[in-house]
Design a protein around this ligand. Structure first.
Ligand code: GLY
Length: 261
């Protein structure tokens, strides 16, 4: 399962058409693409993550190496890059002609930031459950035109992802500051541990955010989850959130709409 989730994110990170992750993503306010990624395995609660990683792909693989090759959970910034290089990855330019053009547009008209931040969605999060063994992983370039070094929810265990075979796994996408404050993924897994279905637990987390963090209505914050027995769901604070499930055969698309507090 871990291999499948990693492979999916490696492909997404390499796709220059996805502006929220990996190659060609929206850069920070100085024009540099900075990546965050994380992975967590529910059988033993092991996890690995990297944040503010520059010039290296795939970030998700580096996060996995942190989990599997060190006793740590997170490595940050320049040292994450050095760690990746020590383990065999080479520095590369992640910019594309399109990403450079988006940055030039931002320099000319900083207000375009709003357009990208509010419409581009910002993260790819994947969850897996194989016979009750759950895994969660996430990769992102974070908020477009962010302050250099800013880190969001995605590499933070408990915020961007969480996995525990006793209950299930959860992951988030959207405005990282709000999702982090809510410990959105851990909260959702705790909901399932207390007996809620995945959908009920996602709804509960989003209702909590709407109640306690009203700013989370301003930009979509979504949580999704798979319970230990395989039932799954998702909820969002604003607009609609499309997500895909695969249980064999063709992938199915689903959509959830914003809840009321
Ligand atoms: N959810 C990704 C971020 O805010 O960085």
């Amino acid at each position: 399962m871990l291999d499948a989730l990693e492979a999916g994110l490696v492909a997404a990170e390499d796709d220059p058409h996805l502006v929220a992750i990996g190659r060609g993503a929206l850069p920070n306010s100085e024009g540099v693409i900075e990546l965050d990624a994380s992975v967590m395995v529910g059988s033993d609660l092991t996890a690995g993550s990297v944040c503010a990683l520059q010039g290296i792909l795939p970030a998700i693989t580096v996060a996995r190496w942190v989990m599997e090759r060190t006793p740590h959970v997170m490595i940050a910034g320049q040292q994450a890059k050095r760690f990746a290089e020590q383990h065999g990855l080479k520095e590369q330019c992640l910019d594309t002609a399109e990403s450079r053009a988006r940055f030039a547009e931002y320099l000319e008209r900083p207000e375009v930031k709003e357009k990208y931040v509010h419409t581009a969605h910002d993260t790819v999060t994947v969850l897996g459950n194989q016979d009750g063994k759950v895994t969660a992983a996430s990769s992102t370039s974070g908020l477009g035109f962010k302050v250099p070094g800013r880190v969001g929810d995605s590499p933070i265990v408990g915020s961007g992802i969480y996995a525990d075979d006793e209950a299930g796994c959860a992951g988030a996408t959207g405005w990282g500051e709000q999702l982090w404050r809510a410990c959105a993924s851990y909260r959702t897994v705790r909901g399932m541990a207390s007996g809620m279905s995945a959908q009920e637990a996602c709804d509960e987390t989003v209702r909590y955010m709407l109640r306690r963090l009203p700013g989370s209505r301003e930009m979509a914050c979504a949580v999704m989850a798979i319970a230990r027995d395989g039932n799954f769901g998702a909820a969002v604070t604003q607009g609609t959130f499309p997500y895909w499930s695969w249980t064999g055969g063709e992938p199915q698309m689903h959509e959830c709409s914003a809840l009321e507090a």
